[in-house]
Design a protein around this ligand. Structure first.
Ligand code: SOE
Length: 381
C-alpha cells in the first residue's frame, strides 16, 4: 500500500503532537516538515526523525506531499491554509482557523471550490466518552437538554513571568483564553448536544495587566534561572479569565468559565450537561470515566470500555477498558477519520470530523463573546 505523504508546518507544542498521532496510522507517512528558516527546519527534522526539511514555499512545491498540517501561531493559519489549498494539498489546520470571520469565510469557500479535504483540529471531540455522550443524546438517553455548565482551566500562564506568543494580539488575536481554550469548550458543547448557541453575555478579566517578557530566548523550563534584568514589562490586553452566560436554540441556558491562571489546573475541561432524563459529567483530566446522574436510581460511572459503549464511541477506542487512553489518542482518532477521506481523495458530503465550516462557526461564537464583553450586553450569535 502506498502511504499518504504528509508535511508538517510548525514544530512548537502541537506540531510534534500531530506527528506522533500521524505515526500511529497505518496509511500515513510523515515525510517532511517546515520551519521559518531552513537551519531550524533541518534541526527539528533531525530531532523528530523526519527525512525532509523545507521552508514553507518549498514544502508546497513537493508534488508527492498530499496533505499539510498547519501547526503555526494563529496569525499564520489563514495565509498558510490558503496557499496549501491553492497548491492542491489537503489541509488539517489548528484552531482558530483564521484571525477573523472574513478570512475564515474565504477559506471555507476556497476549500469547497477545490473539493480538497479540510479539517480543523478540534481533537477534544475525539475522547471516546465525548462521542458516547453525543450518541446517547442522539438516541434519546439524555432527553431534552435543560442546562449546560462548562469550564476549561489551565495554569501555564499563572505567574506574571509566564510568557508566550499567545499573549501578543498580533500573533494570537484579540482574545486569548476564550480563543485558545473557550473555543474547544464551545465546539464540544454544540457537538455533544446538537444545540446552537444563539446569544452570549460575557465578562472578561485580565489578572496580570502587565507581564514580564524575557528579553532572551528561553529554553523550556530554564525560565526559573532568569534574573529581574532579563525581563521587560509589557502591558497585556487579552483575558486571563472569562465567564460567559449562554442561551441555546431550544430556549434553555448554560454558562462557561475559562481561565489560564488557575493554579493546579493543568489542562482541565469539565462539562455537566443536564437533560430531562439524566445528567452527564465529564472531566478531560479523567477522560476514561463518565458520570451519569439519575433522579430515581443509583448514579452510575461508565468506564471507557469497548464492550460497554455504543458502536459510534467504540470506533474511537483502540484499547480495552482499564488500559487508559487520553489526550494523544484524541488526535490519532481524529486523523484516522480525516485520512480515510484523504485516501478517498475528497471532502465527504457529511464529514464525521470537524471541518473549516466548524472552524468558522467557532470563530463566529468567539467573536460574539468578545463583542459582548466590550459592550457588556447580551449579543446574538
Ligand atoms: C494551550 O493553551 C493549549 O495548547 C491549546 O492551544 C490547546 O488547544 C489545548 O489542547 C491545550 O492547551
Amino acid at each position: 500500500m502506498e502511504k499518504i505523504k504528509v508535511g508538517i508546518v510548525g514544530t512548537g507544542f502541537i506540531g510534534p503532537a500531530h506527528i506522533e498521532a500521524l505515526r500511529r496510522l497505518p496509511n500515513v507517512e510523515v515525510a517532511a516538515l517546515c520551519e521559518v528558516n531552513i537551519e531550524l527546519a533541518k534541526e527539528k527534522a533531525a530531532q523528530l526523525g523526519i527525512a525532509r526539511a523545507y521552508v514553507f514555499d518549498d514544502l508546497l512545491k513537493q508534488d508527492d506531499i498530499q496533505s499539510v498540517h498547519i501547526c503555526t501561531p494563529n496569525f499564520l493559519h489563514y495565509s498558510q491554509s490558503k496557499a496549501a489549498l491553492l497548491a492542491g494539498k489537503h489541509v488539517v489546520c489548528e484552531k482558530p482557523l483564521a484571525k477573523d470571520l472574513h478570512e475564515a469565510e474565504e477559506l471555507v469557500a476556497l476549500a469547497a471550490q477545490t473539493g480538497l479535504v479540510n479539517a480543523v483540529h478540534f481533537n477534544l471531540r475525539y475522547y471516546p466518552l465525548v462521542r458516547q455522550m453525543k450518541t446517547m443524546r442522539e438516541k434519546g438517553d439524555l432527553g431534552d437538554v435543560y442546562s449546560i455548565l462548562g469550564s476549561y482551566l489551565q495554569d501555564w500562564l499563572f505567574y506574571e513571568t509566564d510568557y508566550n506568543w499567545r499573549l501578543e494580539p498580533d500573533k494570537s488575536g484579540d482574545s486569548r483564553a476564550i480563543a485558545d481554550i473557550g473555543s474547544h469548550l464551545m465546539d464540544v458543547i454544540e457537538y455533544i448536544t446538537g444545540l446552537k448557541t444563539v446569544e452570549v453575555l460575557a465578562d472578561f478579566n485580565t489578572i496580570h495587566k502587565t507581564r514580564k517578557k524575557p528579553l532572551k530566548a528561553v529554553e523550556t523550563y530554564s525560565g526559573k534561572m532568569l534574573k529581574p534584568e532579563d525581563y521587560a514589562d509589557v502591558p497585556i490586553t487579552t483575558e486571563d479569565h472569562a465567564n460567559v452566560l449562554l442561551r441555546f436554540d431550544n430556549g434553555n441556558r448554560g454558562s462557561v468559565t475559562v481561565s489560564q491562571v488557575s493554579a493546579g489546573r493543568k489542562n482541565q475541561l469539565k462539562l455537566e450537561i443536564s437533560g430531562s432524563k439524566k445528567t452527564f459529567a465529564f472531566n478531560s483530566e479523567a477522560p476514561n470515566e463518565l458520570w451519569i446522574g439519575n433522579r430515581d436510581g443509583y448514579n452510575e460511572v461508565l468506564m471507557r470500555d469497548p464492550s460497554l459503549a455504543y458502536p459510534e464511541a467504540r470506533a474511537l477506542m483502540s484499547f480495552p477498558g482499564g488500559h487508559n487512553e487520553g489526550f494523544p489518542d484524541t488526535s490519532k482518532q481524529m486523523f484516522k477519520e480525516v485520512y480515510a477521506a484523504i485516501e478517498a481523495g475528497k471532502q465527504p458530503e457529511s464529514p464525521s470530523f470537524p471541518t473549516f465550516a466548524d472552524g468558522y462557526r467557532e470563530l463566529l461564537i468567539c467573536e460574539r463573546i468578545l463583542e459582548s464583553n466590550r459592550s457588556q450586553t447580551w449579543t446574538k450569535v
